[in-house]
Design a binder for this molecule. Structure first.
Ligand code: ADP
Ligand code: DP6
Ligand code: CO
Length: 321
């Protein structure tokens, strides 16, 4: 079989409405909860993969040579799992999303890398298998193989932990992303969640998350954006609570985060659809619908004239070009 010399794949980021925030198995990224996400059209990673003449794995990110430790660890696990001892790879990747700022660059980047890898090595292009491989790179990447709404079933081992499409339709949900900071976070998601899961209240959050997942599934199927927003907001704020309550506390919130959260609530109280979700970083995603986004965005721009905002809608799954 002649292998392609170079493969290019694109995957979009996804934002979880029911979060993944804790690992049952650290090396395989088996999570403590199942999660549900929407893939975004606006933010994505394109990765070009080829064999590297040096024989080493090398990473070029946004045109610059970058520390390849994490991708090398991932590729070595894939070498081990597939039994294919493929030679060193050149990973040439462009993030159309801020890197390590809580806007899910690890999700789009490991999904794109997985897609490119599978094609370069001539492995089966099976969505479930690709989701399992992407999961090993970064848990949230398991969901970025798919467009629209995906669920990552937590499972209990490498075979049973993968994401799949849940509702493959754009239901008119909009996310206004308040880009409070594009700086790389000090506390990675990987480390943050392992600290958080030591909080005494963590078990209660996990139990609530299972109930909220059921409610969220019904809300998505019903296209009920208000219900989606209310559940997602409670689930995300509960996640951040664990960070503050664990034995080595930390917080992704900064002053502007709190201001944006308070203003989101004020907008909701005034009758607009407006709810917040947040990941491992200070940026806030405001959940609303397509009918409300223009007015809501105008209100936010007026309130925070120096802040950057982007509107994202549902996006597609892994693609090749
Ligand atoms: P984020 O909130 O952006 O997902 P994480 O802490 O989960 O932040 O992951 C960020 C890390 O993901 C980076 O430090 C880097 O190791 C890896 N990463 C991000 N983008 C790429 C890319 N395009 N190619 C390879 N690795 C990447
Ligand atoms: C808060 O998938 O980035 O965005 O598996 O260690 O790479 P690793 O972590 P990552 O964690 C994402 C956490 C989150 C919630 C979510 O996307 O579900
Ligand atoms: Co991440």
């Amino acid at each position: 079989m002649i292998k392609q010399a170079k493969v290019r794949a694109t995957a979009h980021t996804n934002i979880a409405l029911i979060k993944y925030w804790g690992k049952a198995d650290v090396s395989l990224n088996i999570p403590t909860t199942s999660s549900l996400s929407m893939t975004l059209d606006k933010f994505y990673t394109t990765t070009e993969l080829s064999f590297d003449a040096s024989g080493q794995d090398r990473l070029i990110l946004n045109g610059e040579g970058t520390d390849a430790t994490r991708v090398k660890g991932f590729l070595d696990l894939v070498r081990q799992k597939t039994g294919q001892d493929f030679p060193g790879l050149l990973i040439d990747s462009q993030n159309h999303v801020p890197t390590a700022a809580g806007l899910a660059s690890s999700a789009s980047s490991f999904a794109a890398l997985t897609g490119a890898l599978v094609r370069l090595l001539d492995l089966p292009e099976n969505d479930r298998e690709m989701s399992r491989i992407a999961r090993i790179g970064s848990g949230s990447a398991s969901r970025s193989i798919f467009g629209n709404f995906a669920i990552w079933n937590k499972g209990h081992d490498d075979a049973s932990s993968y994401a799949e499409p849940f509702y493959d339709e754009d239901i008119g949900l909009s996310m206004i992303v308040a880009e409070i900071s594009q700086k790389e976070k000090k506390m990675s998601s990987t480390r943050g969640m392992q600290l958080a899961q030591k909080a005494p209240s963590y078990g209660a959050w996990v139990e609530k998350s299972a109930r909220q997942l059921k409610e969220m599934k019904s809300a998505v199927q019903a296209h009920d954006i208000e219900q989606i927003g209310l559940i997602a907001q409670d689930n995300a704020l509960g996640m951040h609570e664990q960070n503050r309550l664990c034995p080595e506390p930390f917080d992704y919130f900064i002053d502007e985060t709190r201001q944006v959260l308070a203003f989101t609530e004020a907008c909701y109280r005034s009758g607009l659809l407006a709810f917040a979700t947040m990941d491992a970083g200070p940026n806030v995603k405001i959940i609303t619908d397509k009918a409300s986004e223009t007015e809501l965005l105008a209100r936010f721009k007026n309130e925070f004239p120096n802040m950057a905002f982007e509107i994202a809608h549902a996006g597609g799954g892994l693609s090749y070009d």
